[in-house]
Ligand binder design. Structure first.
Ligand code: G3P
Ligand code: CA
Length: 325
């Protein structure tokens, strides 16, 4: 009798523990980084539709303004590493040899052919095993076009996949006489993204600008402070005064591997103590660097280091990993 009740107690404890684990797990989010960019050219609508089908929690948009003030979904202020701009408009390069999104009207941008990321100096594809460079027909698109795609798919599939836009280089835009942030906030508001319950996370590397978004522009959105350099992690307490989370480079979480076991910096626990979520970038199955396998990367960062989400070029793999766990 005693052993049966012990067994039942253990079973109860185990099932409670599983429930706790599951509820914690459900808080870990998958962010489709530039869409399903491991499979189709980054930031194309095709890559976003493919990502949507993989059931991430959020799909990312990097945003830059065109000459006529239309937010364009593209990773950089430059055009020449993902399009054929150098062939179509050779005379439009600046003194530094680069082609800038901001120098082109939206109509002109739409004439460009988008391709898999490459080095504009050598023409070499950045990730050799991804979608072949120069193949297929892909175009640039506006932020609004992408919002219509995601909201339309949410309606037709009954899903509720969120958006994760990034304000790119606000200082560069200001120097060019443009206000990217205010245009993006207006577009978000027009499409119903106004507060933390609206399934939108707004991110920026520029700390002054993200703080301005909260304090001066009074945004009520969920804000994530991106972190590029390790010394910025010293600002954590200040970030917590206006942001809801941080997006560090994943290497800022790793300390060293000892006898096959990863040791971590205090970044995740420090952030959690301040109530900040941690969404590191970028989980790439074809660029593992210090990890032996993608499974090791996911296990180490998502489970052992206990981060709250992952920016990934391979949303299907991270969604499956979390589902199996
Ligand atoms: O925004 C977070 C993640 O995208 C890392 O930055 O350079 O890929 O835009 P980046
Ligand atoms: Ca980004």
């Amino acid at each position: 009798m005693k052993s049966i009740s012990l067994f039942l107690t253990c079973l109860l404890l185990f099932s409670c523990n599983t429930t706790i684990k599951n509820s914690l797990m459900s808080k870990k989010i998958v962010i489709a980084h530039r869409g399903a960019s491991g499979y189709l050219p980054e930031h194309t609508l095709e890559s976003k539709a493919m990502a949507f089908a993989m059931n991430p929690n959020f799909i990312e948009q990097d945003l830059v303004l065109s000459k006529d003030d239309i937010p364009i979904v593209i990773h950089d202020i430059y055009l020449d590493d993902v399009t054929d701009v150098a062939i179509k408009f050779p005379e439009r390069k600046r003194k530094d040899g680069r082609f800038y999104v901001i120098d082109f009207m939206f109509d002109e941008l739409q004439t460009l052919k988008v391709t898999e990321r490459f080095n504009p100096k050598t023409g070499k594809q950045f990730y050799p095993n991804r979608f072949p460079k120069g193949k297929g027909i892909f175009k640039l698109h506006s932020f609004e076009e992408e919002l219509q795609l995601i909201q339309g798919l949410n309606k037709s599939t009954g899903k509720n996949i969120g958006i994760y836009p990034e304000i790119k280089e606000p200082e560069f835009h200001q120097k060019e006489g443009k206000n990217l942030t205010e245009i993006v906030l207006k577009t978000l508001s027009d499409y119903g993204y106004k507060s933390k319950k609206d399934n939108c996370i707004l991110q920026c590397f520029d700390a002054k600008e993200l703080e301005r978004i909260r304090v001066e522009l009074k945004s009520e959105l969920f804000l994530v402070q991106l972190i590029e350099f390790p010394e910025e992690t010293k600002q954590l307490k200040h970030f917590a005064t206006y942001a809801d989370g941080i997006g560090p480079w994943y290497k800022q979480i790793l300390k060293k591997k000892e006898n096959g076991i990863w040791k971590f910096t205090s970044l995740v626990s420090d952030a959690h103590k301040l109530g900040l979520k941690v969404h590191p970038y970028t989980f790439r199955a074809d660029s593992l660097e210090e990890f032996s396998t993608f499974e090791e990367m996911m296990q180490t960062l998502l489970m052992d280091a206990n981060v709250d989400g992952a920016f990934t070029d391979f949303p299907d793999l991270v969604v499956n990993f979390l589902k199996e766990k």
